[in-house]
Design a binder for this molecule. Structure first.
Ligand code: ZN
Length: 254
């Protein structure tokens, strides 16, 4: 009996039902994963803002020295990008939420109309996870007695009904992160004297990309140096290309 798994303490059960772990540093279903997802989305949005507005202001700066024109183009890019990002996010999160709500409503109907079949279904799900038929039946019966709807939402649909994504929140967050990213190249090209504009923006953008690349690599648990190198080479090539095209066409057209 010595090598038997210890039963969870009352403390652990309480913590787990709130989505927390009792072992610090161990990712648990609830808050930690959620926060990481938000951080990842924020970093992606900021990267988008940095790269697209840097491309616009450098492209325009390649064609004209007018600070007013550069500012107008950069601001238009910032607003257009923030609007398009948040609209896209709103639409995608809304339709995900709609389909999750429809699945949950259907589950509620099935539980009301065919409870016996639903119990058999839940039993089969736990058997498929590796429990014996008898244990699976006991687990399914106890979960059904406690909260049948929550049990099916979790085991069958992998949805937490109280925690559906909020489309407005997601849209606002992506607009905000895009705007924060976009402000960096906008300020970097407007603040320095004309002769320093382009090199300062190049360096500021590459430094910011290195930072966001490091954060993403940390979140994903991958090699930060390789991620940063990739993003720096890609970023430098992209910025040089937009500046070059702006310079070429600006001179040719004016
Ligand atoms: Zn079901």
């Amino acid at each position: 009996m010595t090598d038997e798994e210890p039963l969870p303490t009352a403390e652990q059960v309480t913590a787990a039902s709130g989505g927390e772990g009792t072992h610090p540093g161990e990712p648990h279903a609830g808050s930690a994963a959620g926060r990481l997802n938000w951080l990842r989305a924020g970093v992606l949005g900021a990267d988008d803002g940095i790269v697209s507005v840097a491309g616009i202001v450098l492209g325009v700066a390649g064609a004209t020295a007018s600070r007013g024109v550069i500012f107008t183009a950069g601001l238009a890019g910032l607003v257009a990008g923030a609007v398009s990002m948040s609209l896209g996010e709103y639409v995608s999160v809304s339709s995900q939420r709609d389909s999750e709500s429809a699945l949950l409503a259907q589950e509620r109907r099935e539980l009301a109309q065919t409870p016996e079949e639903e119990l058999a279904e839940l039993t089969a799900l736990y058997e498929a996870k590796g429990l014996t038929a008898a244990t699976a039946r006991t687990v399914a019966e106890e979960l059904t007695a406690h909260d049948a709807f929550a049990a099916h939402a979790d085991a069958e649909l992998h949805i937490s009904p109280d925690d559906l994504a909020n489309p407005v929140e997601a849209a606002a967050a992506s607009a905000l992160s895009f705007t924060l990213g976009a402000l960096l190249p906008l300020l970097a090209i407007l603040l320095p004297p004309a002769a320093w504009r382009v090199p300062v923006t190049f360096l500021a953008v590459l430094a910011a990309l290195a930072l966001t690349g490091t954060v993403s690599a940390r979140i994903g648990g991958s090699n930060a140096r390789r991620a940063v190198l990739r993003v720096l080479i890609g970023g430098a090539a992209g910025l040089a290309l937009t500046y070059g095209i702006g310079h070429l066409f600006g001179t040719a057209v004016s």
